[in-house]
Design a protein around this ligand. Structure first.
Ligand SMILES: [Zn+2]
Ligand SMILES: [Zn+2]
Length: 79
């Protein structure tokens, strides 16, 4: 069965629905009421991944710089 893991909010083990949060905490996150991650996040629109270089995550950095590094990384099918 598909299991996205547990909500990353403190003391919450509900099933994740999005962004690493359960339904309840995802609503809070969207409302801006969840604490910010300790690390800085990608500045690309709708992306909250950890920064890789500069102000971008690895995915967006590769997209912006045309690196082939992404292709070399082992693909993990999420299906
Ligand atoms: Zn939660
Ligand atoms: Zn990004």
């Amino acid at each position: 069965m598909a299991n996205n893991g547990a909500c990353k909010a403190t003391d919450c083990n509900r099933e994740v629905i999005a962004k690493g949060y359960c339904r309840k905490h995802y609503r809070l996150w969207k409302a801006g009421e969840m604490p910010k991650p300790r690390y800085k996040i990608c500045t690309a629109e709708n992306c909250r991944k950890r920064r890789f270089k500069g102000s971008l995550c690895e995915e967006h950095w590769n997209a912006a710089h045309g690196s082939k590094a992404a292709a070399a990384a082992p693909a993990q099918a999420s299906a």
